[in-house]
Design a protein around this ligand. Structure first.
Ligand code: SF4
Ligand code: SF4
Length: 261
């Protein structure tokens, strides 16, 4: 996959403030973009995936404004990580073969640190749309005070399953008991993220750098978004309640870089 983008006829045409005005401009910016905090190999992998997507969009003549919007909302990171997740699953890795996960097994939906994991704006909007009609109903906190508000307290199934964010889709474990202990503050081994979660974070961080000066690629706290939504907050209020400080994405990438795995 070429790192130096082929230039379209619109290449080099930028606004007075130097903002990208074409997909070719975005690809040029991507060659120098950084996924701050992310190890170099993961940054490079994210860049290749994102560039392939941009190249395909360019070839297909997709509207620049649509591509720009998907980068800004984090939708590009979500869907590209979903694609690499499918590729990983197709190879039936040991992590999946040995997974103990099943519907109603919800210790991983107990969110101890009041954040629940990083989600994109697109994911936050989708989750709000799915959960808002259930506002006021008993939620996961009726089962466990720290449970995600999107959880059904009776069945312990996710009430926004189709709209659940990447952080939930990527998490799995080989031991229910380890998850139970960790939900009480323990530190048992056995659970973790599927590798596509690294793609998600790298692509999101690269998207932020590519969009710098054009739009801020924001991140949000899953736990806060779910709580605000079931308590009746409209979309704008729920996003405000759940918005991360800007540094959160970089710190999450740094955590990956410092992880022994
Ligand atoms: S991650 Fe743990 S708690 Fe969650 S479904 Fe899998 S085994 Fe159950
Ligand atoms: S969104 Fe669904 S899967 Fe994710 S933590 Fe909440 S209840 Fe669990």
């Amino acid at each position: 996959m070429a790192r130096t983008p082929a230039r379209s006829s619109a290449a080099g045409r930028k606004t007075a403030k130097g903002r990208p005005a074409s997909i070719a401009d975005l690809r040029t910016k991507l060659t120098k973009a950084r996924a701050r905090g992310m190890p170099a190999a993961l940054e490079d992998r994210g860049r290749r995936i994102l560039d392939a997507w941009l190249a395909s969009a360019e070839t297909q003549g997709q509207p620049f404004r649509d591509i720009r919007a998907e980068l800004a909302s984090g939708e590009a990171a979500r869907k590209l990580a979903a694609m690499t997740g499918e590729q990983i699953r197709a190879n039936n890795p040991e992590q999946l073969v040995n997974a103990a996960c099943a519907e109603g097994c919800a210790f991983c939906c107990i969110l101890l640190e009041g954040d629940g994991g990083l989600i994109t704006e697109a994911e936050a909007r989708r989750m709000h749309a799915a959960l808002a009609p259930l506002a006021g109903q008993p939620d996961g906190r009726a089962w466990n005070a720290n449970a995600c508000a999107a959880l059904d307290p009776e069945t312990r199934a996710c009430r926004v399953y189709d709209a659940r964010p990447t952080v939930c889709r990527s998490f799995l474990s080989v031991s229910v008991e380890a998850c139970r202990i960790n939900a009480e503050g323990g530190e048992e081994d056995g659970s973790g993220m599927l590798g596509n979660h690294l793609d998600y974070l790298a692509i999101l961080a690269l998207s932020r750098d590519v969009m710098k000066g054009t739009a801020l690629v924001q991140t949000f706290a899953l736990d806060q978004l779910a709580r605000a939504t079931v308590e009746g907050a409209d979309l704008a209020s729920a996003l405000k309640a759940a918005r991360h400080p800007t540094r959160e994405l970089e710190e999450t990438c740094e955590d990956i870089g410092n992880s022994p795995d």
